[in-house]
Design a protein around this ligand. Sequence first.
Ligand SMILES: [Zn+2]
Ligand SMILES: [Zn+2]
Ligand SMILES: [Zn+2]
Length: 174
Amino acid sequence: MAKRQNPFPRSGHDHDRCVSTALAAAEEVCERSGERLTPLRRRVLELVWGSHKPIGAYAMLDQLKGDGKSAAPPTVYRALEFLLGCGLIHRIESLNAYVGCSHPGENHVTQFLICKACGTTAELDDRRLGDAIGRSAAEHGFNIVSRVIELSGTCSRCRASQPREGQSDKGVAV
Ligand SMILES: [Zn+2]
Ligand SMILES: [Zn+2]
Ligand SMILES: [Zn+2]
């Protein structure tokens, strides 16, 4: 198997491109499934893609207020449900927050690598892990519904800037 690309974004990468790629992919996914990417759904997706750090629903509501078009929480939750259903975003259970999917429209098993220092979250999408878990669960007659795995730790960039272990507890700036 070819060496996998580091799923973490490069420092100083062109994030506007991440956002425009995600929005274009969303248009395509919606068109294929006959759904509408309404202005609110689009804006919520844009907010989720504000960075590679998971964002909570209330932070999104605040930003929408800043837009001057405050939306009621149920409206935002419905937009989030829609985006989740289309596979355009993922929910990070351990943080109660959302992050954009880096390969929308593709069927994938997901393991999240969540950096506790900078908050950046990347999708590992390693099929071997997913298969191993599937086999192991099946041996015990267990039927898996959700295969999402969340791993927390320190990304290579943060590790490089914090050479000494134990110094990294600055909290997650999300
Ligand atoms: Zn980016
Ligand atoms: Zn994904
Ligand atoms: Zn980090």
